[in-house]
Design a protein around this ligand. Structure first.
Ligand code: ADP
Length: 391
């Protein structure tokens, strides 16, 4: 059966697009999908996923269950993901049935395993830190110290990553099969989101910089363009396109990079989907990462990634340290009263301490102006908890 995707005349009610995962990334993609009249069907394990009430069909199910994924996706025209921890076997079966699956299951299989991913970089001459794969914690000293140990599968948002500074730290090592990496002396953490379509055309978004809070050791905010030289930005973009081309990747690929203290740029890891480091693109670029992702999934021409504001930044809105219950948002009015500021709340039904509840985008003319606005707003923004009313 010929795919309907090639024929844009079949947009609208007859086109069925599925997404595995119904969190905030899916939610922001749905906002773009509305403009294309692409009707989105979602599967997520949680009955109150942020996409729950915004979809044409919601299925509650285990994303790692091949049968459940196959059942959800059968009959769809195309299927994508908003989280990489899904059943590759289920996706392979759907692809065999003629469903257009983006990213490709083979790419997902490599990316889901940090060991295979790193080996792929090494095999294709992509700059990355030296590494070794180990079967369990007994081998954790194989490369000496300091090292970074990463569980091969299942880690996210820094969970599954441990910095082991010396032999004494070896007792803290993960037991599971893991990847050991030489600790990079990081000057800046960067990321570039690239789209690559079925014709092999690529488009990169401007380089983003993650600015860390040295006290909390957490990402404080993300800002684009990164404060690096033109040559460094060009090198970053060249490496990212090299990754996408070596993989023959199709879809949206977020590439995390390190700029080390000696000026070298190396790849840390990739994610085959929309990414935290691209949220500002909704307001800051001609085409957002969410629309660009959809364009690749539906096999449409790629959109321009040119900035519409010289600087764009993003800061997370997280639950207060003691927040529990229904979210109670504070300071949104102050944010809305500030020029260039856009809140995006994720529709989570419950707040928990430090849970990501939304983000705020700040755009402006200069880096300094944007950072000042952000600092001011951040002092006022908070998510407290309030009791759930009893019925
Ligand atoms: P996750 O996929 O869970 O986000 P990452 O691989 O991105 O895990 O690692 C999380 C953080 O750990 C990175 O943002 C970086 O600050 C640090 N890190 C990871 N690898 C290295 C390394 N080789 N050297 C130094 N720091 C690292």
């Amino acid at each position: 059966m010929a795919s309907k995707i090639k024929n844009s005349a079949s947009f609208g009610p007859s086109l069925r697009l599925g997404v595995l995962g119904g969190g905030q990334l899916g939610r922001m993609m749905i906002q773009s999908a509305v403009d294309f009249d692409a009707r989105v069907e979602v599967m997520d394990p949680s009955p109150d996923a942020p996409c729950r009430f915004l979809t044409h069909r919601f299925v509650q199910g285990d994303l790692n269950d091949a049968d459940a994924v196959e059942k959800f996706g059968s009959g769809l025209d195309c299927l994508t993901i908003e989280i990489e921890n899904v059943s590759v076997e289920g996706l392979r079966r759907l692809e065999a049935q003629g469903v257009r699956v983006i990213p490709k299951p083979d790419h997902l299989a490599i990316i889901q395993d940090k060991g295979l991913q790193k080996q792929f970089f090494a095999d294709h001459g992509i700059p990355t830190s030296p590494f070794q794969l180990i079967a369990d914690a007994n081998e954790v000293g194989a490369m000496g110290f300091p090292i970074v140990q990463k569980m091969r599968k299942g880690g996210y948002d820094g969970k599954g990553v441990k910095v082991l500074k010396n032999v004494a730290d070896a007792s803290k090592a993960f037991q599971s099969p893991s990847l050991l990496e030489k600790a990079v002396r990081i000057h800046k953490e960067l990321s570039v989101i690239v789209a690559r379509n079925s014709m092999g055309e690529t488009q990169c978004f401007p380089v983003v910089e993650a600015v860390f809070d040295p006290v909390a050791n957490l990402v404080d905010y993300l800002i684009a363009p990164a404060d690096i030289s033109i040559e460094e930005a060009q090198t970053a973009e060249r490496i990212v396109i090299q990754v996408a081309e070596c993989m023959e990747f199709e879809g949206l690929l977020a590439v995390e990079l390190f700029l080390d203290t000696e000026g070298h740029i190396v790849v840390n890891e990739v994610a085959p989907r929309t990414h935290n480091s691209g949220h500002h693109t909704i307001e800051a670029n001609i085409t957002s990462q969410f629309e660009q992702h959809l364009r690749t999934v539906l096999d449409l021409p790629l959109g321009s990634t040119a900035p519409v504001h010289p600087v764009g930044a993003m800061v997370n809105v997280v639950g207060a340290a003691d927040a529990r219950g229904l979210p109670d948002y504070r300071g949104i009015d102050a944010a809305l009263a500030t020029e260039g500021v856009h809140p995006h709340l994720y529709g989570k039904s419950q707040v928990k301490p430090f849970r990501k509840m939304g983000h705020v985008t700040i755009t402006g003319e200069t880096r300094q102006e944007v950072i000042e606005r952000m600092m001011r707003i951040r002092e006022q923004l908070a998510v407290e908890g309030k009791p759930t009313p009893t019925e």
